[in-house]
Design a protein. Structure first.
Length: 380
C-alpha cells in the first residue's frame, strides 16, 4: 500500500515538473519572439537606424511622431519647407564630398540681437544700453529696438529687467556656470568660437566656454515623443538638407533669457532655422522663434558667423567653474569676490528646471520696485 502511494506521488511530481518546464519553455519562446520582433516600426512608429554599416540598428522616433500642440505651427512651417524641397537632399558616405564644407572656426558677429535690423545700441548689454532700451520701449514690438511682439507678462518682466540693468543691477545665469543653451548660444560673440562639423546623418556644433554641444540629426528620425520629452538646454533638433542649406526644427527647450539685453522665452519655444554659407568665409542662420506663451507672432532674425582666419586659432574648452568668483548682491546684482575677500552665503534647494531663473528673480523684484517708485518715460 505504501509503495503504491509513493509511486502515485512520484508520478504526480513528475507530471508537475513536466507542466512547469513546458510552461517555462512556452514563456521563453514567447519572450524570445517578442525580442526578435520589437521594436516593430509598424506598431510603434519607430524606425531602425544603424550608426554604421554592419552595426546593430537602434530604434529611433519615426518621422510621423507627433509634436505638442504648442509646437505645431513651427513644425508645419518646417514640414512645408521639406515638402518644397521634395523631401530634402539625401547625402551618404559615398556622396559626402558634395556636402557644403563648413570646416574651420566660426565667430558670431554684430552684437547680441535676435533681429539685427535694430539700433546698434540695442545690440549691447552695458547699463547705459539697457537703460536706453527701457527709455525707448513701453510696449513691444518696439521699432528699431526690440522687434519681438511680447505678450503682457513677458513684456513687463523684460521692462523690469531693463530698468534694473540700467541701474547696474543685472544677473546672468552664466555667472552660475550654467550652460548657455539654445537659442542663446547662437548670439554669443566674444569667447563664442565654434566648430560646425557635418556628416550625412548629423551636424555637431561644438562650442567654446560652458555652452556645451548641439546635435542636429539628419538621419530621417522624428522628434522625441511628447510623453518622453522634457526641457533640455540644447533642445531636440532634427533637420534635412535642401541642397547646401541645413533646415532645422528644434523644440523641448529650457525657458532661458536670450541675452541680458533681450527677453526670455518660455518652455513652449520652438525654432525653425535655415543655415547656409553665403560666401567662403560667411555663414548665416536665418531663424524664426515661435512661442505661444511669450509672443503674439513668430519672431525672425538672421545670425551671421565669420570664419576665424587668425594664426593658430583653435576652439578650447573653457571652464567657468575653475575661476568663478561671482556672487549675488542684495538686489540681485553680480558681484566679484576679490583676492583675500571672504563672504558668507545661504543657499536653499532649487528645482533643476528653474535654476536658470531663481537668482534672476531678485533682479526682477528690484526692477519692479523701481517701476513702482518711478513712472515710465513717455517716448511716444
Amino acid at each position: 500500500m505504501e509503495a503504491r502511494i509513493h509511486e502515485q506521488c512520484r508520478q504526480m511530481a513528475t507530471a508537475t515538473v513536466v507542466v512547469v518546464m513546458a510552461l517555462a519553455f512556452a514563456l521563453f519562446r514567447a519572450g524570445n519572439a517578442d525580442a526578435q520582433q520589437a521594436p516593430d516600426s509598424r506598431q510603434s512608429g519607430d524606425i531602425m537606424i544603424s550608426a554604421a554599416q554592419g552595426a546593430t540598428p537602434v530604434a529611433q522616433p519615426g518621422p510621423d511622431t507627433p509634436v505638442p500642440a504648442w509646437a505645431q505651427q513651427s513644425y508645419d512651417a518646417y514640414l512645408q519647407m521639406k515638402a518644397e524641397a521634395h523631401g530634402g537632399t539625401h547625402y551618404t558616405r559615398e556622396t559626402y564630398a558634395r556636402m557644403p564644407d563648413w570646416s574651420g572656426i566660426w565667430d558670431h558677429v554684430d552684437g547680441f540681437a535676435w533681429d539685427h535690423t535694430v539700433n546698434p545700441i540695442a545690440k549691447r548689454d552695458a547699463p547705459e544700453q539697457l537703460q536706453a532700451i527701457f527709455d525707448h520701449c513701453r510696449s513691444f514690438p518696439c521699432a528699431g529696438w526690440v522687434t519681438a511682439a511680447l505678450k503682457p507678462a513677458y513684456a513687463l518682466r523684460f521692462r523690469e529687467k531693463m530698468i534694473a540693468g540700467g541701474h547696474g543691477v543685472s544677473w546672468d545665469y552664466l555667472s552660475a556656470c550654467l550652460p548657455t543653451g539654445f537659442p542663446r548660444d547662437m548670439l554669443v560673440s566674444a569667447g563664442g568660437e565654434r566648430y560646425f562639423m557635418i556628416s550625412p546623418t548629423m551636424t555637431l556644433m561644438y562650442y567654446q566656454s560652458d555652452e556645451g554641444n548641439r546635435v542636429i540629426f539628419t538621419d530621417g528620425r522624428g522628434h522625441i515623443p511628447p510623453d518622453e520629452a522634457y526641457p533640455m538646454w540644447a533642445g531636440d533638433s532634427i533637420g534635412f538638407w535642401d541642397g547646401d542649406t541645413l533646415v532645422v526644427h528644434t523644440l523641448y527647450l529650457r525657458n532661458i533669457e536670450l541675452n541680458r539685453n533681450l527677453p526670455a522665452d518660455s518652455e513652449q519655444a520652438s525654432v525653425v532655422e535655415r543655415i547656409r554659407m553665403t560666401d567662403p568665409n560667411t555663414l548665416q542662420d536665418q531663424a524664426t522663434l515661435y512661442d505661444p506663451k511669450m509672443l503674439y507672432r513668430p519672431w525672425s532674425g538672421v545670425q551671421t558667423f565669420k570664419r576665424d582666419t587668425s594664426a593658430h586659432a583653435l576652439v578650447d574648452l573653457y571652464s567657468c567653474a575653475e575661476n568663478n568668483n561671482v556672487y549675488q548682491g542684495k538686489n540681485g546684482e553680480s558681484e566679484i569676490l576679490l583676492p583675500g575677500q571672504t563672504i558668507t552665503m545661504k543657499q536653499a534647494y532649487t528645482f533643476p528646471d528653474q535654476i536658470q531663473n531663481v537668482l534672476e528673480n531678485k533682479v526682477i523684484e528690484y526692477g519692479a520696485r523701481l517701476l513702482h517708485e518711478k513712472p515710465s518715460i513717455d517716448t511716444q
